[in-house]
Write a protein that binds this ligand. Structure first.
Ligand code: ATP
Ligand code: MG
Length: 437
């Protein structure tokens, strides 16, 4: 284990939250080890501001829980303790140990075996261990650095510091084995490469094509959770590139992946939606997955709707049932909750109404709660080079007419603070101005 003393790294206690410092100091007072770990250490070393502070300790979840009033033990696959400190929630994790009968050097704390499926998938992981054992169970070397707030040292058991310096995303241990244990780690590799703007280590990257098919075993709900982290964190466009490069998008959206690789307009639309999501997050505006999902699934929905129209369905009916079928197909892979799939389908169905350009109905459409999102989506389609009859300009101009300035506008999904949102202020509708009665 390498110990990096305080004068050889840039972490300062000043940048660590009071809550995290308090939790660590109380654990130490109770004769436990306690370290800042994972993303927080990584982001502090990169000079960033961690969004949360995770702590690793040798205390069991029960011991942690007993030390902190207002703490809760949560999780099944990994049991962790949430400690409330004022407005902060600090996540405290007990060191994890080895599996499969490898002897832990902490035999007294072993609380039952871990479980694997026949394919080597890790099902349960509550064997406790030491810091060294905990380090090698983590996913990436740069996510396995430990900071001791008592002596200001960083502990490195897996060449994490070296990989920070060479800006490399590198799996700890044998990549094939670690991907087999948990295939989602492949998505995490892509995500951190995009987030940190690091390169993927050669051996790590080489294992992805061998293991990618294992992502089919991942429950659809976990894939949707991962989708939110991949695309709603402010670096969606770079993440998208990584997923495409490593052929991983196909395990989230198989039909879209197929279509996007053949259809440059569809590709441009998805990129534009990703970019606009990233820009909104940077600006502190709220975002919703519904909009991004609308872009990702639009090309396949449009294609199906076209087939239905050729079969004789009316345009509105065709779009409606295409939307229904595409969602039904997509959720077998990735569990899109209805609170996102419904607004997504409304955005699609609204496209036809916008494209009809019926000016008698225009004022009514303007007041619809989906207008803003549908209009934004229309502009992205035009930007991507889709043929819409250029109606975007009509709607831009129509909204600016004085008689439309004081209409009650419009709760678009790109303004709602559902999951993946909640980043700061509500956006004010762009075109609305204060009016005097
Ligand atoms: P972010 O800033 O995006 O939250 P993070 O590094 O904190 O990044 P989390 O998903 O919050 O990422 O996970 C916390 C830590 O838990 C990681 O740094 C890593 O050490 C460990 N970890 C998370 N997921 C896995 C996994 N699937 N396999 C092994 N270790 C994992
Ligand atoms: Mg985290």
């Amino acid at each position: 284990m390498k110990v990096i003393p305080r004068d050889q790294h840039c972490i300062s206690r000043k940048n660590i939250s009071d809550g995290a410092l308090k939790v660590m100091s109380r654990l130490r007072q109770a004769d436990h080890e306690a370290y800042l770990v994972g993303g927080a250490v990584r982001d502090l070393l990169l000079g960033g501001h961690p969004k949360d502070f995770d702590i690793a300790t040798d205390a069991t979840p029960e011991e942690v829980h007993a030390l902190f009033r207002g703490s809760r033990i949560i999780g099944r696959r990994f049991r962790i303790v949430h400690v409330r400190m004022g407005r902060e929630i600090i996540e405290v994790t007990t060191f994890r140990g080895h599996h499969d009968g490898e002897p832990s050097t902490r035999a007294s704390k072993v609380k039952g075996p871990s479980h694997r499926s026949e394919q080597g998938l890790l099902l349960r992981d509550n064997v406790f261990g030491t810091l060294e054992e905990d380090a090698v169970r983590r996913d990436l070397t740069v996510n396995a650095l430990y900071y001791d707030a008592a002596n200001f040292a960083v502990y490195d058991h897996v060449h994490g510091m070296q990989d920070m310096e060479r800006r490399s995303v590198c799996i700890i241990g044998d990549p094939d084995e670690r991907f087999r244990e948990d295939p989602v780690r492949m998505l995490r590799v892509a995500r951190f490469a995009a987030k940190l703007e690091f390169d993927i280590d050669e051996d790590t990257a080489a294992a992805i094509p061998r293991c990618a098919h294992l992502l089919r075993e991942i429950p659809s709900a976990r894939l949707f959770d991962e989708f939110l982290k991949l695309f709603m964190s402010g670096y969606a466009e770079r993440t998208f590139d990584e997923l495409l490069e490593h052929n991983l998008l196909a395990y989230l959206f198989p039909d879209s992946d197929y279509e996007l690789r053949r259809n440059s307009v569809a590709m441009a639309l998805v990129r534009a939606a990703m970019r606009s999501t990233d820009i909104r997050i940077q600006a502190g505006k709220t975002v919703t997955p519904a909009f991004l999902l609308a872009a990702l699934l639009w090309p396949v929905t449009e294609r199906l709707a076209e087939q239905l129209r050729e079969r004789g369905d009316a345009p509105v009916a065709a779009m409606h049932s295409a939307g229904q079928q595409i969602v039904a197909g997509a959720v077998t892979t990735i569990a899109i909750p209805r609170r996102f799939s419904l607004p997504m389908r409304e955005i699609w169905e609204f496209q036809l109404r916008l494209q009809r350009g019926d000016s008698r109905k225009a004022r009514e459409l303007l007041q619809n709660r989906r207008f803003r999102a549908a209009y934004d989506f229309l502009l992205l389609r035009e930007e991507a080079g889709e043929e819409t009859g250029d109606v975007g300009g009509f709607w831009t101009e129509f909204q600016e007419r004085p008689e439309n300035q004081n209409l009650p506008m419009i709760d678009s999904p790109s303004d709602s603070a559902e999951d993946g949102g909640g980043r700061g202020r509500r956006r004010r509708p762009r075109k609305r101005r204060p009016t005097s009665p």
